[in-house]
Design a protein around this ligand. Structure first.
Ligand code: CAA
Length: 282
């Protein structure tokens, strides 16, 4: 199947990054948001990233212009009628996703493959919420999307071989390194990353060391790009808490249980970078 036009639903942190790399790879890309101000904020994030890339000498002026030329924003669903692949990157809420898929499928052609960037919801359950469970799958990106090379490709129980192969090749065409991950909470990366982050929080609560020392230990001792508290602030405490709860509900293993401090910080609105305060202040 030839993919020419890609739709992206949601132009938040993940959606904007996904739309940017699709446009940069040469696909005509249409990104949809719920209203103009949110859409403009997302498109602004893309322009800023490309501008900074040009200043840093990482993106050529021609590539910046070409990427923006392939990209358009909309608040309407009917523009998705032109899309061969649609990547959904909206809020992690099953009902919201169901409503969005219904609106999408009222205009999307039969052949369109629908992919969710969910980090935690069950891909088979999402596929079952559509009229195309064989042409549905998971395509999970990592933040910041334009810089992180990995993408997880997840098959629902119902995903056809053709859809999986097309999705895998599509991920490669975006300049990413795809891996095949199972439809289990956390897929591969979060299944290992989230318990590590939770463990760091538990260890901190138990007096293992200061935030700075634990971060420095893992950064300099293991060569990680960020220590666990810098990373949890970067990912979002609410996101981490949400994923942990889903993993714990499915596996019932203590390693996935969110520590009391994480829950209280989320309740207090200390969500990390995005709220100006998490384990550190920004
Ligand atoms: N355009 C183009 N390139 C850019 C750029 C831009 N606007 N901004 C930065 N870059 C390039 C830089 O030039 C640099 O390239 P080189 O390595 O070739 O020099 C590279 O990107 C790194 O940028 P910086 O030097 O500015 O920043 P850094 O070295 O501090 O790295 C980081 C930043 C990539 C975010 C790094 O800290 C990192 O990898 N952190 C970990 C991120 C991570 O773990 N993400 C996954 C989170 S989990 C998730 O997302 C899944 C989930 O479901 C929760």
């Amino acid at each position: 199947m030839e993919i020419r036009t890609v739709g992206v639903l949601g132009c938040g942190l993940m959606g904007s990054g996904i739309a940017q790399i699709c446009a940069a790879a040469g696909y005509k890309t249409i990104v949809r948001e719920v209203n103009e101000p949110v859409l403009e904020r997302g498109l602004g994030r893309i322009r800023k990233f490309l501008d900074e890339g040009v200043s840093k000498g990482k993106v050529t002026e021609a590539a910046r212009t070409a990427t923006l030329g392939q990209l358009s924003g909309t608040t309407r669903f009917d523009e998705m009628a032109a899309c061969d692949v649609v990547i959904e990157a909206i809020v992690e809420d099953l009902d919201e996703k169901r409503t969005t898929y219904a609106a999408l499928e009222s205009v999307a052609p039969e052949h369109t493959i629908v992919l969710s960037n969910t980090s935690s919801l069950c891909i088979t359950e999402l596929a079952a919420a559509t009229r195309r469970p064989d042409r549905f799958g998971g395509l999970h990106f990592f933040s910041p999307v334009p810089l992180m090379r990995l993408v997880e490709v997840i098959r629902a129980l119902t995903t056809s071989d053709e859809t999986f192969q097309t999705t895998f090749a599509f991920a490669q065409s975006l300049g990413k390194e795809p891996i095949s991950a199972p439809d289990r909470p956390g897929f591969i990366v979060n299944r290992l990353l989230v318990p590590y982050l939770l463990d760091a929080i538990r260890a901190y609560e138990n007096g293992l060391g200061t935030l700075e020392d634990i971060d420095k230990g893992m950064k300099l001792g293991c060569g990680y790009p960020m220590g666990p508290f810098t990373l949890v602030d970067f990912v979002g405490l609410d996101t981490t808490y949400y994923i942990a709860n889903i993993m714990f509900a499915e596996f019932r293993e203590p390693a996935y249980a969110p520590p009391p401090l994480l829950k209280r910080m989320v309740l207090a609105g200390r969500l990390g970078r995005k709220s100006g305060r998490g384990f550190y202040s920004y």
